[in-house]
Write a protein that binds this ligand. Sequence first.
Ligand code: 13P
Ligand code: SF4
Length: 333
Amino acid sequence: MKFTEEQLQNEELRLLEKLEAAGWSAADVKVIAPLTLEINQLKKEQDAIILAHSYQTPDIVYGVADFIGDSYGLSIAAKSTKASKIIFCSVHFMAETAKLLNPEKEVLVPSVAGCSLAESITPEDIKELRKQHPNAGVVCYVNTTAATKAECDSSCTSSNVMKVIEGMPQDEIIFVPDEFMAKNVQPLTDKKIIGWQGRCIVHEEFSPETVDEVREMYPGVKILAHTECSPAVIEKVDMAGGTKDMIEYIDNSKDEQFMLVTECGMVDRMKVEKPEKKMVGSCAMCPFMKKIMLKDVLQSLKEPREDQKVNIPADIANKARANLEKMIELTEK
Ligand code: 13P
Ligand code: SF4
């Protein structure tokens, strides 16, 4: 696609206005302006919508995304969109969720990216756990494959985990696959939580010592951690929750300095969207989330490859959809 000098300059200005706060230069945005222009043009022509998780890079979040959110928000956006095609910029299990909730739509993932949690458990593991705990309900974190979801009663995300657990009729809950999240929710419920040994390779890297160091370095700092962090980290922070909870906390807080114990995409988002607040300390990169690049988004719109098309066999899809509908029912109650 050919663009005029004026179109390119306007796009560079539009991008720089957002991306500068996240450390991008005029030279950086010059490189991506032709890509974002073409993607946005193709999106219109094809009646496509781009959904992006907050952990995506700022060029995707502010360059081409129509909706940015956490895993629950993205599920609801995917379920309710009127667009005929969904380009899902995130890890594969989230794109599967979009396809399950909106099966008539074409759902594409620009790069096929896994997740250490989703890969830590199989449908056979769930069947075995059910045999060992026949009276327990089974809740899976949404970070699981459609095939695993198909064997569980309900999904949950970090933002609705307590609503889902408390909404289940059983007093014993098998909670998979996040070992740390299971340990973090146990003190918040009277139900017995039976966990699994999956971990997020990004959030398990944070240590309680880092939290202590940042508190000492930045007196008065508020430290917000993702519930996928270890209990040793969670007990030292001011708020534990999902990415949406972090944004709400910052929105409602008069404090000025925050450390986000999570993926760097969230820190970039806050730098761009809340310039009056200061983000301190370090964050961590998710190698899976960061696999998606603008060139892949463009390619998926132009000529999608088979591996970019999200398709789920009907027998798995029907059961996994019931699991997701259950999560939505328990959340929206
Ligand atoms: P959120 O639902 O909080 O966005 O978390 C998704 C995720 O993958 C965290 O690592
Ligand atoms: Fe999976 Fe962790 Fe990456 Fe989230 S941050 S997608 S849980 S590996």
